[in-house]
Write a protein that binds this ligand. Structure first.
Ligand code: PRX
Length: 630
């Protein structure tokens, strides 16, 4: 048998004929409440621009909230919210509906109309969910920006999306401290005339700068609104949100997601990957709402499935390293979904910490964001999952919108470190340079060879970039290029191997090397910079930068000053772990920086093949310079 047919026979999903796949997704979409039935499941005639459930109309917020209340579940808890300082709030579906209606009425009172964009930068507080759902209810695409992003990063996202409203808070709690938020967003909106209003949630009670006429307090505007609002149905392809993510160039891409297909796949995967039972499970996804995991698996998927969730505002070690386990015990969390970087941090803190808590409620564990190393997988199962809970490793991306590859929770054979198989309705392949599927035991590039309902619909305002980034690499086959390396094992199961492009993965956050390089060279003392991701036992990768200083700048600039500069330009998550000042950078004859060699230096390895360097002695000079400096 050829390797190709081999895979087909093993992966039921891969072998699934197109008609069956479409019928599968039509059944999944049928779990939602539609105002108008769709006429066609998939229109791929304008590929790579997909249209799912064409002609169908629905309201996403109605599906996440009102229909559960209408079905008699108004008293069910939607969120058990835990604030970092220990304050709590329990929000039932009935209350969620009232809050979302009030927020929607407030946004209407500001003159916002379907299609207008709203930027949101908020901590993990209930208002973040109310704001997202109010936008969805009114057909206002939201752009949520992670709270750790700098004013400059927020500004560029506000401008790119053309947001009319920004929703933020006075401050936020970070590791027991109160940090400003409004002061930063004010800096971001200094030169964004398109932002007509800034709606501010009072969270920390700190003093804030105020622009009369533009700034509005949430409690003054929203709380006085009617808690009734009739939702309007929008086209299945109406934009739901834009979420910016790092690509291989300096400028982040606004990934566009739409309504019907996105909600269908977010809900379906949430239900099937975790085997979720809305009547008995208590679910907790520890991501931040500013990332896609927060969108799909804190807000849209779980709410569409009428889930009872935990929403936690703070960091895992505030006020102590057992905080997550305390929360699991307190609410009887049965499904816990987190990232390998946190699992490795728990490992460092020690297994005696979870052992002090009753974690017997745990039924399923999930992992997302980066490849999970087998050691972390085993520790997770043993110390959080009592040695019996299945660990589902879920592979997906901001662009895919929802989980694409994951073992089934009742899989007979879990493999620590492997995401294993495409989920039902999804098809993925590992291919070589030419786009030909590789044999078992071999590695190559991960591609998605069939469109899927929650796929990105484009890059906001840049169709060409969408085509170039995702569809040009395997244009002949019309495969979506994920940017990840992958391998089939001898059973044909998929193992993810990390990015094959210049995107780093630091604690599950995607950061492009060129984004950090641009930040560094924007410093007056830096002439040139090259950035690589070096392996790190806890964060997966750590950012290591090599910089050439401008003539005469040597004495005036400190490495710490440069690190702070990057944090100011992008955000603390992009701060390089190490910055090495070097006399030169290794380049090919065509002037391309050879990052592979720099990675060797960053990871303290013997430097590899230097034969393609324009000047083979560069590496010796770099080493000599570093030896002098240390
Ligand atoms: O490299 C893959 C890695 O994270 C990238 C997507 O990052 P982002 O869009 O920020 O979304 C993260 C959360 C969905 C992928 O290209 N990645 C994500 N999950 C896994 C993973 N790598 C290996 N195994 C995973 N389970």
């Amino acid at each position: 048998m050829s390797p190709r047919s081999d895979h087909h026979s093993r992966h039921g999903q891969t072998a699934q004929p197109v008609d069956d796949r479409l019928a599968f997704w039509a059944r999944q979409a049928g779990e939602l409440d539609w105002d108008t039935e769709w006429s066609e499941v998939l229109d791929w005639s304008d590929a790579p621009f997909a249209r799912w459930f064409t002609g169908g109309k629905l309201n996403v917020a109605y599906n996440c909230v009102d229909r559960h209340v209408a079905a008699g579940h108004g008293d069910q808890v939607a969120f058990h919210w835990e604030g970092e300082p220990g304050d709590t709030r329990t929000i039932t579906y009935a209350e969620l509906r009232r809050e979302v209606c009030r927020t929607a009425n407030a946004l209407l009172s500001l003159g916002l109309r379907a299609g207008d964009r709203v930027a949101i930068q908020l901590p993990m507080i209930p208002e973040a969910v109310f704001a997202m759902l109010a936008c969805a209810r009114l057909g206002l695409p939201h752009s949520v920006v992670f709270g750790g992003f700098s004013p400059a990063a927020l500004q560029s996202r506000i401008e790119d999306a053309g947001a009319r409203l920004l929703i933020t808070s006075d401050g936020q709690y970070r590791r027991g401290r109160v940090e400003p938020m409004k002061a930063n967003t004010d800096e971001a909106t200094r030169d964004t005339p398109g932002v007509e209003h800034v709606l501010v949630v009072r969270r920390t009670g700190t003093d804030v700068p105020w622009t009369e006429g533009r700034d509005l307090w949430w409690h003054e505007l929203v709380d006085v609104q009617s808690d009734r609002h009739e939702p309007e149905a929008f086209d299945a392809e109406h934009p739901l949100f834009i979420l910016y993510t790092s690509g291989t160039t300096g400028r982040p891409k606004g990934i566009l997601h739409t309504s019907g297909g996105y909600l269908t796949q977010a809900a379906c995967t949430h239900r099937t990957v975790f085997g979720l039972d809305p009547d008995t499970d208590v679910y907790w996804c520890t991501a931040d709402i500013g990332w896609i995991t927060g969108h799909s698996y804190i807000v849209y998927g779980p709410l569409a499935n009428r889930t009872t969730s935990v929403l936690y505002e703070g960091t895992p070690n505030t006020p102590h390293e057992g905080r997550h386990f305390e929360i699991i015990e307190k609410y009887g969390v049965s499904v816990y979904y987190t990232a390998p970087t946190l699992i490795r941090t728990f490992m460092k803190w020690g297994e005696d910490i979870p052992a002090r808590h009753d974690l017997s409620s745990i039924r399923v564990l999930g992992s997302v964001g980066e490849p999970i190393n087998p050691e972390a997988w085993r520790w997770y199962r043993e110390h959080i999952g009592a040695g019996r809970a299945p660990v589902v490793d879920t592979w997906w991306q901001t662009e895919t919108g929802a989980v694409m590859i994951a073992p089934s929770p009742d899989s007979p054979s879990f493999k620590p470190g492997s995401a294993q198989t495409p989920v039902p309705g999804i098809s993925a392949k590992v291919v070589d340079d030419q786009g030909v599927e590789v044999a078992k035991g071999e590695s190559g590039y991960l591609v998605l060879d069939q469109p899927w309902p929650s796929m990105l619909r484009g890059v906001w305002g840049d169709d060409d970039r969408y085509r170039q980034t995702y569809w040009a690499r395997f244009a002949a086959q019309r495969y979506y290029f994920a940017g990840d390396g992958a391998r089939y094992d001898d059973d044909g199961d998929i193992w993810l191997l990390g990015r094959v492009d210049d995107v780093m993965n630091v604690s599950g956050h995607r950061i492009s090397t060129s984004e950090v390089e641009s930040a560094l060279v924007s410093h007056p003392a830096v002439a040139e910079a090259a950035v690589v991701g070096a392996s790190d036992a806890t964060t997966g990768q750590a950012i290591v930068a090599f910089v050439i200083l401008r003539e005469g700048a040597g004495g005036e600039v400190s490495v710490d000053g440069l690190r702070e500069h990057v944090a100011r330009e992008i955000g603390p998550i992009a701060k390089p772990r190490r910055i090495l000042v070097v006399p030169e950078l290794p380049k090919t004859r065509s002037g391309k920086i050879m990052r592979r060699l720099l990675r060797d230096v960053a990871e303290n390895r013997q430097v590899g093949d230097v034969s393609t360097l324009a000047d083979a002695s560069v590496m010796d000079r770099i080493h000599a310079g570093l030896a002098d400096a240390s």
